[in-house]
Each structure stands twice: as structure tokens, then as C-alpha cells.
Ligand binder design. Structure first.
Ligand code: ZN
Ligand code: ZN
Length: 254
């Protein structure tokens, strides 16, 4: 997406200011984190419900990882009965003290209800803020895998579902050049296919002044039949060690 930085008033193509874009995306990043945290609490509560229902983990239905035996719906049904005092439904499967079983079931069910409400609230905020973005020209956005590459969306197919990805809301509405300026040549080549190659993860490594510039380059006429193949570096004229493909190994200038 192109941005207009010629005038003093820095605006995106839609007229939404960069400051507005950054402020909105900062809120969105926060809401996304809230959503993720609430989903984590809902998962924990669901596990507590399974325990309160006397459920056990195991390798069921030929699965290769351990799962609960009951479905969540069945575990909730059982936990509700336990919460109502019908501890006999647990049989000999009660986890821990039977006397505390109704209390544990009540607490787990309550924790899940709270978490589901938090999920709904955070989700509504995320949806509302995403709509503002859709309605205002879909300004540029940048996301970064910690210690990794910068992507233009969390939907990039090079990312695994489990990859933790962070927002860079300070860069929202900015150009790719600004992102490179702030974080270096780490743009994802898939997300930024039109960016100059030197801004992307395909950027050549910076030249090391301690090495001959012929290092790693092809050496014409190298003798690859030797035990340790070698040839004459066209840059420095030294006899250098080469790889099996005939590329000069790292070496110092003459
Ligand atoms: Zn990407
Ligand atoms: Zn050389």
C-alpha cells in the first residue's frame, strides 16, 4: 500500500492519519492479547471441568497424544450434577476428596463461564477495530516473529499456527522502507513480494571486510578431484580451498 508522505500531514491513502492507524492498532494488539489470554483461561477451566467430572486422560480412539476420555459437553453435564451434590455419579473416579467435589465442580464451571464472557467481549472489540481498518483503506500493518521475520499479516502461509507473532503497531500506516529502517532487512519475501530484495530475508549477507570478496564465489577451473579441492581465487589470486561445487571457502585477502 502506498502512503503519502509528501505533505506535512502524514496520511494513508484513505485519509486516515498514521497517528490514528497506530493508536487503533495498539488497541487492537491489546485486545488480541486479551482474547488470547481469555482463551487460555477457558482451556484451563475446561481441563478443571474434566477433572471435576472424574475424567482421565489417555490414548483414546487411536490418538497419538493423550486426550480426555469424555467430550467437553459430557464433562460439563457430569460436573453440573456433581456441583448439584450428586457426587455418586463419580463412582470411584473422583479426583481428590469427595466432600470437596461439588465445590471444585462449581468453581470450574464458573471459571469457564467467566472466561467465555471475556472471550466474547474481547472478540467484539477485535471485530469492531478490524472493521475500522476495513472501512479506512486497510492501511499497512507489520507483524514480527520474535527474533525472526516481519510479515504483513498474521495469515502468512509461511507461519505455523503455533508461531507466536507480535504486532508492531508503531509501524501501522508506514511504508516497507520504514519497517526496514526500524528492524533491518527482515521482510518476509512472501508478504512483501514487491519489496526490493535487499529489504527482505533474501538480502545478501553484509560483506565482511576481514574476508576476500571472492569468498563463497565460484572459482573457475578449480580442481575438484583433489581430496581437498582447490583453485585460484579470481579476486585475490591465492590458491584457496573450494567446496564440492567449486565455490571458494572463506579466506582472507592476499
Ligand atoms: Zn510472510
Ligand atoms: Zn580471494
Amino acid at each position: 500500500m502506498s502512503t503519502d508522505t509528501t505533505a506535512g500531514e502524514a496520511t494513508t491513502t484513505s485519509g486516515y492519519t498514521k497517528a490514528q492507524a497506530k493508536a487503533l492498532d495498539a488497541k487492537l494488539a491489546e485486545a488480541t492479547n486479551r482474547l488470547r489470554a481469555a482463551m487460555g483461561r477457558a482451556d484451563n477451566a475446561a481441563n478443571d471441568i474434566h477433572r471435576a467430572a472424574g475424567d482421565k486422560t489417555g490414548y483414546f480412539h487411536g490418538r497419538r497424544h493423550a486426550t480426555w476420555e469424555l467430550s467437553l459437553d459430557d464433562a460439563i453435564d457430569t460436573a453440573r450434577r456433581v456441583a448439584a451434590g450428586q457426587v455418586d455419579v463419580l463412582g470411584n473416579r473422583a479426583a481428590g476428596n469427595l466432600r470437596n467435589a461439588p465445590h471444585r465442580a462449581t468453581a470450574a464451571l464458573h471459571a469457564r463461564d467467566i472466561a467465555l464472557e471475556e472471550i466474547a467481549a474481547a472478540h467484539a472489540v477485535v471485530e469492531q477495530l478490524e472493521q475500522v481498518w476495513r472501512d479506512n483503506g486497510r492501511w499497512s500493518r507489520f507483524f514480527m516473529v520474535p527474533g525472526g521475520h516481519i510479515h504483513s499479516s498474521t495469515a502468512c502461509h509461511t507461519l505455523h499456527v503455533t508461531t507466536q507473532i507480535g504486532w508492531l503497531p508503531d509501524l501501522s500506516g508506514e511504508s516497507e522502507a520504514e519497517a526496514v529502517n526500524a528492524y533491518g532487512s527482515v521482510l518476509c519475501t512472501h508478504c512483501f513480494s514487491s519489496a526490493p530484495v535487499e529489504w527482505t530475508t533474501k538480502a545478501p549477507e553484509p560483506v565482511d571486510p576481514a574476508l576476500c570478496p571472492g569468498s563463497k564465489n565460484y572459482v573457475p577451473g578449480a580442481n575438484l578431484r583433489l581430496c581437498s579441492p582447490r583453485g585460484t581465487c579470481p579476486e585475490c589470486g591465492q590458491t584457496v580451498s573450494v567446496t564440492s561445487r567449486g565455490n571458494a571457502r572463506k579466506h582472507e585477502p592476499a
